[in-house]
Design a protein around this ligand. Structure first.
Ligand code: AMP
Ligand code: MG
Length: 494
């Protein structure tokens, strides 16, 4: 593919500082092409603090210039847009995919030297679009913005959202909907599926190259190991064990854990039919297309493990010169996943219960609490948050006989540690969010936005930016959904 020269179209300098390493990788990993311009771009959300962290001028970009750039109508200085090639197991079935409606503009180098992908989503057709229109509706793009920023607020590794811009055009799903473009910021978009793509074409040289690129970009320490391929596998497994534990601890259901939606850097990526669980139930599924409950809340660790096995398979030709030995090496790493996950999750649950040290019986204590929450159909977030209250909590579960008995066990467990109760309470409040992106609040914000009112989405963003701080003003956002709202489903509207 020929190198396209990118125009300098900024009228005011706005801090772009691109160095596009991915576009320098071989042609088989991407297709260079520009976003398709839209009729009337209008910025409706712009993340000023993220812009500043990226070294961008948020004053300049909040206006028309930002709308032109974040819609793809103009290219920022130094951009070299491309669609990435990748494959993936979608609901267990292998497919060759690629960015069908996204353009990687390039990699912004921040003032403190960090590298971030700047990607437009909903920016037009690409050779990977298959039958899709390359576009996105406002609702799903706003949803990704809201939930990814909620995850950031919770301190969970995630891609970020820089802007949502209306395109001024309709997209046709079942009905015409307002079209929009999201600007996504990610440590990178290298996925398990990127490796699967090269493995599917038996591109061994490509695998070697992508591995060394990935090591250089995200895993400098592992790059120095005796067997960097093995070290990469171990670290990717470790990061996913940590990430999925973080999801489980806050009741997050990703909803579409296909291998193309698992980023090697360990960030949560691709917010489609995701949602936070209200009542505790391991079988919780929100996605209308997840009939078998493959990606249910309680199945996420097992699915993560399955996805990592698909990743390990792509590395087999590189792990050693001997196939049997490679399989043994890979299996040894993969076998660690359940225990790694368990250790991450247990440590997190102990903090949620205000426990500083570890006792052998803790896991039983925790499981008994979860059983209790399940039986009482208790709200997961609120029950855990209110556990630290000194005054009796309002949640009905606090009067449930089984729960009262459990609380006594927990209190005596807590009394056995040397830390004071106020310290324990502080630990709990730092690990039990008061505010999650409740589905009924997200829907309310999306519905208002469809009517041209972006106030509820902006307010929700402010509330979710500090989920561990509870102020009286935000108390209403803690409330579980009204019964009329349930059961809740997300539609994988693209
Ligand atoms: P996702 O479910 O968002 O992970 O997307 C799965 C695949 O479908 C990716 O390759 C997307 O680029 C592609 N895709 C989703 N929606 C569209 C669309 N409207 N037009 C073209 N490609 C799409
Ligand atoms: Mg995807």
């Amino acid at each position: 593919m020929n190198l396209q020269r990118t125009e300098t179209t900024d009228n005011k300098p706005s801090g772009w500082n691109f160095d596009n390493s991915y576009s320098r990788l071989p042609d088989y990993l991407h297709v260079r092409l520009r976003p398709t311009p839209v009729t009337a771009p209008e910025t409706i959300l712009f993340n000023r603090s993220l812009a500043r962290q990226l070294g961008l001028d948020d004053q300049v970009l909040a206006g028309n210039q930002g709308a032109a750039l974040f819609s793809g109508n103009r290219l920022p200085e130094g951009a070299d847009p491309l669609a990435q090639a990748y494959a993936g197991h979608q609901f267990g079935h292998f497919t060759v995919l690629g960015d069908g409606r996204a353009h990687l503009l390039g990699e912004q180098i921040t003032p403190d030297g960090h590298r971030f992908d700047i990607q437009l989503k909903g920016s037009g057709r690409t050779p990977f679009s298959r039958n899709g229109d390359g576009r996105a509706a406002l609702g799903p793009m706003l949803r990704e913005y809201l939930i990814s920023e909620a995850m950031e607020g919770l301190g969970i590794p995630t891609t970020r959202s820089l802007a949502v811009v209306l395109s001024g055009e309709s997209v046709y799903r079942e009905v015409p909907l307002p079209g929009a473009i999201l600007t996504r910021v990610a440590a990178s978009h290298i996925r398990v599926g990127t490796f699967q793509y090269l493995a599917a074409y038996q591109n061994r040289e490509g695998l070697r190259l992508l591995t060394s690129y990935t090591l250089g970009r995200h895993f400098p320490e592992q790059a120095e190991a005796d067997n960097p391929f093995l070290a990469l596998l171990q670290e990717v497994i470790a990061r996913q064990a940590s990430l999925i534990a973080r999801w489980m601890l806050v009741g997050f259901v990703h909803g579409v854990m296909n291998t193309d939606n698992m980023a090697l850097c360990g960030e949560t990526i691709d917010y489609g039919p995701c949602a936070f669980m209200d009542r505790y139930d391991p079988a919780t599924v929100f996605s209308s297309i997840d009939h078998g409950g493959r990606y249910a809340y309680g199945r996420q660790p097992a699915i993560g493990h399955w996805n990592l096995s698909r990743f390990a398979e792509t590395l087999l030709p590189l792990l050693s010169d001997n196939e049997e030995q490679s399989i043994e090496l890979a299996n040894n790493c993969l076998t660690n996943f359940p225990e790694l996950f368990r250790q991450n999750w247990l440590a997190g649950m102990r903090a949620k219960l205000g426990l500083f040290n570890a006792e052998a019986e803790d896991e039983v204590l925790i499981q008994d609490l979860l059983t209790c929450l399940h039986q009482a159909e208790a709200d997961y977030t609120n029950t855990l948050r209110d556990l630290s209250l000194t005054t009796p909590a309002e949640e009905p579960v606090f009067r449930h006989p089984g729960f009262v008995a459990w609380q006594r066990r927990w209190q005596s467990r807590r009394a056995r540690q040397t830390e004071s109760i106020p310290n324990s309470r502080e630990l709990m409040n730092a690990h039990n969010p008061a505010l999650i992106a409740r589905n009924h609040r997200v829907e309310e914000a999306l519905e208002a936005a469809d009517q041209g009112d972006y106030g509820p989405a902006r307010t929700l963003l402010e509330v979710l930016a500090r989920p561990y701080d509870l102020c009286a003003e935000h108390a209403a956002y803690r409330e579980p959904p009204p019964a009329s709202f349930l059961p809740y489903q997300t539609f994988c509207g693209t």
